[in-house]
Design a protein around this ligand. Sequence first.
Ligand SMILES: [Zn+2]
Length: 136
Amino acid sequence: MTYLDNNRMAGQQRNEARPALQVALARGLVGRCPNCGRERLFRAYLKQVDHCASCGENYSEIESDDAAPWFTMLIVGVLAAPLYFIFQGFFASNFIVAMICFLLALTLLTLVLLPRIKGSLIAAFWYSRRASHRVS
Ligand SMILES: [Zn+2]
């Protein structure tokens, strides 16, 4: 067995140990490293780490750009109309209170969803990049 065979086998073992797409997406959704799931994916609210402190996976080249805000707006926009009618019905006597609660709910929903969606997108990009490296 040659040195190259040993390196190829070690690479195959590393690839086999890597998670499936669903696992990587779930880890990204909760803000964990898509590869190992042990360390945080974000060092701040939306700032991703360059490298995982546990497994060393490089995330510095993965950028989700405007995709995360776009998907967040899509989901929040779909939920805005039902939320409006719920708050309008719940606070039927006071329109101002209903609107304040409605806007607070939209803001809270946006702030909760945005890092989760960004984490999932980073995990998806990481997985697709890994898959394309495996084919070539
Ligand atoms: Zn990791």
